[in-house]
Design a protein. Structure first.
Length: 57
């Protein structure tokens, strides 16, 4: 399994498997801000961050 997928699944699991799409993206953005070499490249957008890569669906 890819590292990114493991990261996404661990984040969901940490919150009991219940996260809205918006909350999930915000938490993933905050997580990448703490990483020395971010796994995702978020770009600024009108009301927050935007990610061109599709996350878990």
């Amino acid at each position: 399994m890819y590292y990114r997928r493991k990261l996404e699944l661990a984040l969901i699991q940490a919150f009991g498997g219940e996260l809205s799409k918006t909350d999930f993206q915000k938490l993933l953005f905050l997580l990448t801000q703490k990483q020395e070499k971010p796994d995702y490249d978020f770009v600024p957008y009108k009301y927050g961050c935007f990610l061109f890569k599709r996350l878990l669906t």
